[in-house]
Design a protein around this ligand. Structure first.
Ligand SMILES: Cc1cc2nc3c(=O)[nH]c(=O)nc-3n(C[C@H](O)[C@H](O)[C@H](O)COP(=O)(O)OP(=O)(O)OC[C@H]3O[C@@H](n4cnc5c(N)ncnc54)[C@H](O)[C@@H]3O)c2cc1C
Length: 553
C-alpha cells in the first residue's frame, strides 16, 4: 500500500529517491523496482493516492477535478498578445497529470525526434521512442465503438469532405508506420479501459498492480501527502537528497545512497530547483536566495500548445456516448511544403530540417460548452454546444518560469509569452484553424446539427478580427514543457544532458516534461511516459542491469 508515514530511522534506507509520483515518476518507480530488485526505492508524492478513488479514476469526470483540491492551479502573468486569465491545471495526486487529464494518446512524430536530436538530445531518435512506447503498460486504443456518438461521426465525415482529407482509423498506427500525420481526421486513441470507463493513467498502469499485490515489490515505498521542499547539495556539487514534510507535519531529510530523480513536472521541478538555489544566479541573488549552483536554463524555454475556440449551439442534445467529451480530432497543413527550412530562429530548428507536409494545425472537438474563456467575454454558453479548438502543433513563442519571492508558498510566475513570435506564425495558425472550422461547420452531415455560431459569431470575419478574437479567448491544451531542457554540453541553456543528468551536479537527474528540448507536434503524455521508461533503463544500466535484450537501441 501507499503510506503517509516514514520514520526518522528510515531516512538513509533508500538507494534511489524519486521526487513526484506523477506521469514519469510512476513509470520510473515501477520499472526501477522491477529491474533492480536488490535496491530500495522511495517515491515521494505531494498528493494523495488515487487507488480506489472513483472521483479520479473515472475518465469522463476529468473536468470536475480541475481547479479543485487536487489541482495546484497556476495562473499566468499578463499576456499582452494573448489571454491573461488562463488557469494552468497541474494535478496533485498519485499519477500526476495522467490522473486528471484526458488521456489522449499520440506517439511523437519522427520529425519531433529529429528536432530533439538536432538540439543535442543524442540517442532520443524515433526508433528508440517507438521501442519505448511499444513497451508502455498503459491500455491504449482508439475510442471504442460504444463511445462513438452520431455528432462526432458526422463531424468526422464533414471534416473529411470539406477539407478533402482521409479518415484515419488509428492515428498511432499511422505515425508508427509513416513517421508522422499528414492531413487527416478521426477518433483519438485514449489510454482507458472501455469496459468500465476508468483511466489507464501512469499510476493505474504501473503502480496499482503493485498496490493490489499482483506484483511483489517489497523494495518500493510509495510515500503520499509528502511535500519536497529542498534539494540538498554538498560542497562537492553532489546532490545528497531532499528535505520533506510529511502529512503529520514532521520534517525529514532523506539521503539516498545513489541518486535523486526529479519528476515533479515542468512547473514544479524548476520551482523546487530555484527555491533550492539551483538556477540563474542573478534571479536567485536578487531574491536573496543563496546560489548553490548557477544554471541559467532553469525555468527558461517554457513551451506549451496554445489553442483557441469556436463554438456552435446545436439544435438537439448530444447523444450520451463518449469517453470524456473530446473524442475526435483533425490535422491540417497550412504552410507550403518544407516551409520550416526557412525558419530563421536558431532555437526552433537549428539545422533547418525539412518538415515536408506534416500537419501544422490540429483541432480537438468538444461536445460540451467548453466556455471558460468565451463566457468571460460575454458570449452565451448554450446547453447543447459543440466546439472546435484549433491549436498550434509546433508553436514558435517561448516563455519562462521564474520566482518572484524567496517565500516557498508564493507560486512561481508563469510567463508563456503567447503569440509573441516575431513572424506572427502562432497567431496565423489560429486564424487558419478558425476559418477551417467554419468550412467544416457548413458541410453536411455535421451542418444539420447546427442552430447557430455562438462564438465568435458571424460578425467577426476578417483575419484581423479573427486573430484578435482567437487570441483573447485563447486557452491552453495544458502541455507546459521544456523548462529544464535536455541538450548538448556546449548549450549553456541546457539543464540536463541526454542521460537526463543535471549539468554540473552529481547524483541527480530530471525525468518529466521539463526535459523536452522542443514541443512535440502532438499531445505529449506518451512522450513523457517514454521519458520515464528510458530514465529507468539508463539508471538501472548504471547499476549493472543488463536489460531484456530490447532495451539497448
Ligand atoms: C487538464 C490536462 C489535460 C491534459 N490532457 C492531455 C491529453 O489528453 N493527452 C496528453 O498527451 N497530454 C495531456 N496533458 C498533458 C500531460 O498530462 C502532461 O504533459 C504530463 O502528464 C506531465 O507529466 P510529468 O511527469 O511531467 O508531470 P506530472 O504528471 O504533473 O507529475 C508531477 C508530480 O509531482 C508531484 N509534485 C510536484 N511538486 C512536488 C513536490 N515539491 N513534492 C512532492 N511531489 C511533488 C505532483 O503532485 C505530481 O504528481 C494534459 C494535462 C492537463 C493538466
Amino acid at each position: 500500500m501507499t503510506t503517509d508515514f516514514l520514520s526518522s530511522s528510515q531516512v538513509k534506507d533508500f538507494d534511489y529517491v524519486i521526487v513526484g509520483g506523477g506521469t514519469a515518476g510512476c513509470v520510473i518507480a515501477s520499472r526501477l523496482s522491477e529491474y533492480l530488485p536488490q535496491k530500495k526505492i522511495l517515491m515521494i508524492e505531494a498528493g494523495p493516492s488515487d487507488f480506489n478513488n472513483e472521483k479520479v479514476l473515472k475518465l469522463k469526470d476529468w473536468l470536475t477535478l480541475l481547479g479543485g483540491d487536487l489541482d495546484y492551479d497556476y495562473g499566468t502573468v499578463e499576456q499582452p498578445n494573448g489571454n491573461s486569465h488562463i488557469r494552468h491545471s497541474r494535478a496533485k495526486v498519485l499519477g500526476g497529470c495522467s490522473s486528471h487529464n484526458t488521456l489522449i494518446s499520440f506517439r511523437p512524430f519522427e520529425y519531433d525526434c529529429q528536432i530533439w536530436e538536432s538540439m543535442g538530445a543524442r540517442g532520443w531518435g524515433f526508433k528508440t521512442m517507438m521501442r519505448l512506447i511499444d513497451n508502455l503498460r498503459n491500455q491504449i486504443q482508439p475510442v471504442h465503438p460504444r463511445h462513438r456518438n452520431q455528432v462526432c461521426k458526422d463531424w468526422i465525415e464533414s471534416c473529411s469532405t470539406s477539407m478533402n482529407i482521409p479518415v484515419l482509423k488509428d492515428f498511432n498506427k499511422e505515425i508508427k508506420e509513416t513517421g508522422s500525420l499528414q492531413q487527416g481526421v478521426g477518433f483519438f486513441s485514449i489510454a482507458y479501459n472501455p469496459d468500465d470507463g476508468n483511466r489507464s493513467s501512469a499510476s493505474v498502469a504501473y503502480i496499482h498492480p503493485i498496490l493490489r499485490g499482483e506484483e511483489n515489490r517489497p523494495n518500493l515505498t510509495v510515500l503520499t501527502n509528502a511535500w519536497v521542499s529542498k534539494i540538498n547539495v554538498s560542497s562537492s556539487k553532489t546532490v545528497t537528497g531532499v528535505n520533506i514534510t510529511l502529512k503529520s507535519g514532521t520534517k525529514l531529510t532523506i539521503s539516498p545512497k545513489t541518486e535523486t530523480i526529479l519528476c515533479a513536472g515542468a512547473v514544479d521541478t524548476c520551482r523546487l530547483m530555484l527555491l533550492s538555489g539551483i538556477g540563474p544566479s542573478k534571479q536567485l541573488s536578487d531574491l536573496s536566495i543563496l546560489v548553490v549552483h548557477d544554471l541559467p536554463g532553469v525555468g527558461e524555454n517554457l513551451l506549451d500548445h496554445p489553442e483557441s475556440i469556436i463554438m456552435w449551439e446545436l439544435n438537439a442534445p448530444i447523444p450520451p456516448q463518449t469517453t470524456m467529451d473530446s473524442d475526435a480530432g483533425i490535422f491540417l497543413r497550412r504552410e507550403i511544403a518544407n516551409a520550416a527550412t526557412s525558419n530563421s530562429d536558431p532555437f526552433l530548428n537549428p539545422k533547418h530540417l525539412p518538415d515536408g507536409t506534416i500537419a501544422d494545425i490540429m483541432m480537438h472537438c468538444y461536445q460540451i460548452p467548453f466556455c471558460l474563456n468565451t463566457a468571460r467575454l460575454g458570449y452565451e454558453a448554450p446547453l447543447n454546444a459543440f466546439c472546435m479548438t484549433p491549436n498550434i502543433p509546433r508553436p514558435r513563442s517561448r516563455g519562462r518560469i521564474y520566482l518572484t519571492s524567496a517565500d516557498p508558498s508564493v507560486k512561481p510566475a508563469l510567463d508563456f509569452r503567447y503569440f509573441t513570435d516575431p513572424e506572427g506564425y502562432d497567431a496565423a495558425t489560429i486564424v487558419a484553424g478558425l476559418k477551417a472550422a467554419r468550412e467544416i461547420a457548413q458541410t453536411a452531415p455535421f451542418c444539420n446539427w447546427i442552430k447557430k455560431e455562438v462564438a465568435p459569431g458571424p460578425a467577426i470575419q476578417t483575419d484581423a478580427e479573427l486573430s484578435e478574437y482567437g487570441r483573447r479567448v485563447a486557452h491552453t491544451v495544458y502541455h507546459p514543457a521544456g523548462t529544464t531542457k535536455m541538450g548538448a554540453s556546449n548549450d549553456e541553456m541546457a539543464v540536463v544532458d541526454p542521460e537526463l543528468k543535471v549539468r554540473g551536479l552529481k547524483g541527480v537527474r530530471i525525468a518529466d516534461a521539463g526535459v523536452f528540448p522542443a514541443m512535440t507536434t502532438v499531445n505529449p503524455m506518451l512522450t513523457v511516459l517514454a521519458i520515464g521508461e528510458r530514465a529507468a533503463e539508463m539508471i538501472a544500466a548504471e547499476a549493472g542491469w543488463r536489460g531484456d535484450g530490447r532495451a539497448r537501441l
